[in-house]
Write a protein that binds this ligand. Structure first.
Ligand code: ADP
Ligand code: MG
Length: 701
């Protein structure tokens, strides 16, 4: 079947007039034959059985009955009209009832002609009725493509009210198959079909719409899911390959003084195997002549900072500058201080640029950046300002990437004549299958091992009623010299209320832990940067024992002496946020604790989140639960959920198929990068069609 046929506007299908065409476009986004063909059923009903009215039972199962309408009347009710038809077979009679779309139904129903009706029945006052039955003339029913499994297509109320019932969609589908003579071109290569034992495209399409049996349906679904995921992966991997061949990067082939001196003399600890592996991966990227575009995933506390530093030292050794961008002022300052300390024996110059950097300092930094005197620049979004011009930026590192949009990343990218190498670090573990779909065009490194000697953080769930016990516990810990975080939710929609919660909480803590014995810090987003720094520093230096804060402290903050994390209204936080917050403790040698405080009212999901936190501290396991609870779209934020608008596959449930599809996509491109071989012609054509006609695979750029 040639592709032009499938691109025919839906208006040209027999049975689709201007009205229906309009509705199909607006309600289901169906503009072309192809769109209709790709409208896959949500579920299937078994319609192999016929019932007699006298056999009906009081169940909520859907039943199929053959009979005739003998009478129709409109019944006035307090809450509006309803249309009632008397329906009879040779064993008895029942009522068919409509509340909506009555005009259309009244005009189209035929009296005393055999119909097949299908639906759920209600039982009232000794007789059965069926609201909004699916109906078809027996004559048409017998002529239609026979399928034991009746597909149920996605619909909307508007469609149903306008008479575009499931029946109608079904008959349009039949018309489409009739006109196409079921001559749908194969879209995968022969070797693929054979190796994975997939049914042909023709067979799959037929059986997804008109399945002959469960087994046929299963094969059809598998084939179409595979195909959908295969083409997504093909595009992602292809993008990555093209990127590598087209976008040249600076070649950092020297491992020089800075790196070597640091590695042999100044490493503050022994690197974990995972850190070594990742540094090697980065070194390989930097040494090739392609631009690095790598995502580094590592749970909180897994030690990403040192990896960042050593990568930057490689850039410097090759005569280039590097920058490290963090989402908040606090984090930038912490990175800056940490790096200064680690580099104090090296000959590198490091500066910090944030929103609160003084103008004179700013000027100095701008100059040193442009004349090349500055090696490493650390900071916030301030690095993205137009005035910031590097002499030769060779490596850009972005910490905690989920806080930055794609746009901001590419802004950094375009700072220079040639794009710098890019390393994006994230502490939000993303389940592998999801990462494959969202970041499939990036290379991914994972630090899957924590530095040695970390004690597991003891996590418990406590109800608000036990607050006094919790206070006692805090007092004990403080008396041992520990510090405590108490975190309140701050969720945008109700910011003022949250703010009040935080302040009330702060006051009650100050009452409970009075000065001068106790000092309490407070930190929230509405404070001036200077005040935030002041409070944070007091806590870092150990001058205050308790830090009452909002989630400002979520990301990256490192105070090894803090060993207790109390999360108030923990039921209001998402799993990944809870995990991030917990990661603020357990950074020192002492046993650490995380206490999740909640009220007694908990939703099922909230209970699962709390139980998961108590059970495990493995970020990837937590991310998997999160994915199941929230679904992929929500998890990644709306801007990226387009990727996850799949037609038939489900990223969570079909992760096995996804893995197979990815590996076959990689294998196909490896053997034939431009898909020019004879056997790959179907793939080449399909790929071109997808790119040309529809932005079905609407990825991030
Ligand atoms: P994150 O991945 O969350 O950014 P950091 O880089 O801040 O983690 O490291 C967390 C803590 O672990 C820091 O105090 C750091 O000095 C320490 N650390 C990192 N790597 C190691 C290691 N290999 N051995 C011991 N401690 C380490
Ligand atoms: Mg970090």
């Amino acid at each position: 079947m040639n592709a032009n046929f499938l691109q025919t506007p839906i208006d040209y299908l027999k049975g689709v007039g201007p009205n229906r065409a309009d509705l199909l476009k607006k309600e289901l986004g169906i503009h072309t034959f192809q769109d209709l063909l790709n409208l896959f059923p949500n579920r299937y009903l078994d319609r192999t059985q016929y019932y007699k009215i006298a056999q009906l039972q009081q169940t909520n199962a859907e039943v199929q009955i053959i009979g005739k309408i003998t009478h129709i009347k409109t019944v006035e009710q307090k809450r509006g009209k309803r249309l009632v038809a008397t329906f009879m077979d040779e064993t008895g009679s029942m009522e068919l009832v409509w509340f909506r779309g009555q005009k259309w139904i009244r005009e189209n129903l035929k009296l005393n002609v055999p119909y097949v009706i299908f639906g759920k029945t209600n039982y009232f006052n000794g007789s059965f009725s069926m609201p909004h039955p699916e109906m078809e003339l027996l004559e048409a029913h017998e002529k239609s493509i026979r399928s034991a499994m009746q597909p149920v297509y996605p619909s909307t109320e508007k469609l149903a009210n306008s008479g575009i019932t499931n029946r109608v969609i079904n008959s349009l589908m039949q018309q489409l198959f009739l006109e196409s003579k079921n001559a749908f071109a194969e879209t995968l290569s022969k070797p693929l079909l054979e190796q994975i034992k997939l049914v042909s495209k023709k067979e799959a399409l037929f059986n997804i719409h008109f399945p002959k049996s469960q087994a046929h349906l299963a094969q059809a679904q598998y084939r179409l899911k595979f195909e959908e995921l295969f083409y997504i992966q093909l595009q992602l991997i292809r993008k990555n390959l093209i990127h590598k061949s087209k976008i040249k990067g600076y070649t950092f082939d020297k491992i020089g003084d800075n790196f070597n001196t640091f590695f042999s003399d100044h490493l503050p600890f022994k690197l974990t195997e995972a850190q070594k592996r990742v540094i090697k991966e980065i070194r390989n990227d930097l040494g090739s002549n392609a631009q690095m575009n790598r995502l580094l995933q590592g749970d909180v506390g897994s030690g990403k900072t040192i990896v960042a530093l050593m990568s930057m030292l490689i850039a410097i050794d090759n005569g280039f500058q590097a920058c490290l961008m963090a989402p908040t002022e606090i984090l930038s300052v912490q990175h800056y201080n940490g790096l200064i300390e680690m580099c104090n024996k090296l000959n590198t110059s490091i500066e910090l640029l944030t929103g609160s950097t003084k103008t004179s300092k700013r000027k100095e930094i701008h100059e040193k950046l442009e004349n090349g005197a500055l090696n490493i620049l650390i900071g916030t979004h301030a690095l993205l300002e137009d005035k910031v011009k590097f002499k030769n930026l060779g490596l850009a590192i972005v910490d905690e990437q989920h806080r930055f949009g794609v746009e901001q990343r590419s802004k950094l990218w375009h700072k220079n004549e040639y794009p710098p190498h890019v390393l994006v670090m994230t502490a939000t573990p993303i389940p592998r299958t999801l990462a494959m779909s969202i970041y499939g065009d990036l290379d991914i490194s994972v630090i899957d091992e924590l530095p040695p000697g970390r004690k597991d953080i003891k996590t418990v769930h406590r109800f608000d009623a036990n607050r006094l016990k919790v206070f006692r516990f805090i007092r004990d810990e403080i008396s041992k010299g520990r510090q405590v975080y108490i975190v309140y939710p701050l969720i945008q929609e109700s910011e003022t209320m949250d703010y009040k919660d935080l302040m009330d909480g702060y006051e009650s803590i100050v009452r409970e832990f009075p000065q001068p014995k106790y000092q309490v810090s407070i930190l929230h987003g509405q404070m001036k940067p200077a005040d935030k720094d002041y409070e944070m520093n007091r806590f870092v230096k150990g001058e205050t024992q308790i830090m009452v804060a909002t989630t400002v402290i979520e990301v990256g903050v490192n105070v090894p002496n803090a060993s207790v994390m109390i999360i108030e209204s923990a039921e209001r936080f998402g799993l990944s946020q809870l995990h991030q917050l917990r990661g603020r403790v357990g950074r020192g040698a002492e046993q650490s604790y995380c206490i999740l405080m909640t009220s007694h009212k908990l939703s099922a999901d909230a209970k699962t989140r709390l139980e998961t936190m108590v059970r495990t501290s493995d970020g990837f396991e937590i991310a998997e639960v999160d994915l199941k609870l929230r679904g992929p779209g929500d998890m990644m934020g709306t801007q990226q959920s387009g990727v996850l608008n799949l037609r038939i596959a489900d990223i969570v449930k079909d992760s096995e198929i996804l893995k197979i599809a990815r590996s076959y996509a990689a294998q196909t491109l490896k053997g034939d990068p431009n898909l020019t071989s004879e056997e790959n012609i179907p793939i080449k054509n399909t790929y071109a069609q997808l790119v040309k006609y529809r932005n079905i695979w609407n990825y991030i750029s």
